[in-house]
Design a protein around this ligand. Structure first.
Ligand code: SAH
Length: 232
């Protein structure tokens, strides 16, 4: 079964973007994942093909119309489509590696990319859109956010990463940030690779990595840790 994403956007040419290259590009070529951009404007009904209007109550900017967006959603995701419907939104729940894994285990996603001031609230409710944020900052549109979400999902699809194990030790997968990495040369501008890593003692290496991981997470992201791991 392959992962199928339908993207509702005013800028379909932004897809597949960087996902056409490297690991994701090969997954798309093999058919392990499919990305289908659909232009919201194709569902406009008036002479000017308008998709937005001024905000009720006044204020700056424009808002995406609920009727046009609902038609677009219904066209790509008819009844019986079990894919979750996502709306990229700074007001959404922050995207996590756990949500990424869950999405990758499913049949795909319908992803709505907002523009302007955002989307009429009624279509969010009527079409049961799950709002997802990629961080506490504001983009000019949902397209880069959708590309980031899809990047994270596609890389964990079965068979996409060369070395299957390389997915499971990474930052967030263990609830912590990953330990530092080193490679040759042994000496770089006077800095050595930590001796334990070249000792051949795998137990000591595992312990060193776990300790580094914990220390880094305490320093940078104590919010990821349970109370028992937070100080020390
Ligand atoms: N007025 C809105 C911001 C609109 S930004 C507010 O203050 O909440 C325009 C569009 O960009 C949004 O509809 C959303 O689709 C996308 N976007 C902006 N920031 C985002 C973020 N951090 N995560 C996901 N999508 C984002």
């Amino acid at each position: 079964m392959s992962f199928r994403a339908s993207i509702l956007t005013l800028y379909p040419d932004m897809f597949p973007g960087h996902l056409g290259q490297s690991l994701a590009g090969r997954a798309l070529e093999r058919g392990d994942a499919a990305i289908e951009p659909v232009n919201i404007r194709d569902f406009a009904t008036d002479r000017h093909r308008s998709v937005d209007d001024t905000p009720a109550g006044g204020g700056a900017g424009m808002v995406l119309r609920p009727d046009v967006l609902a038609s677009a959603i219904d066209a790509v995701s008819p009844e019986g489509d079990t894919r979750p419907r996502l709306l990229m939104s700074p007001r959404g729940r922050p995207l996590t590696q756990a949500r990424v894994r869950a999405l990758a285990e499913g049949p795909g996603a319908v992803i709505v990319c907002g523009r302007f001031e955002g989307v009429d609230q009624r279509v969010i409710e009527a079409r049961n859109l799950e709002e997802i944020s990629i961080g506490d900052y504001v983009l000019s549109g949902g397209e880069p956010a959708a590309l980031i979400l899809l990047d994270a999902v596609i890389r964990v699809l079965p068979g996409v990463m060369g070395n299957a194990a390389s997915g499971t030790h990474e930052s967030f997968e263990t609830g912590m940030l990953e330990h530092p990495h080193y490679t040759r040369p042994q000496l770089f501008e006077g800095r050595e690779i930590p001796a334990v890593l070249t000792s051949g003692n795998h137990r000591a290496i595992d312990e060193w990595r776990a300790a580094e991981s914990l220390q880094l997470t305490r320093a940078r992201r104590p919010d990821l840790l349970g109370p028992e791991d937070r100080d020390g």
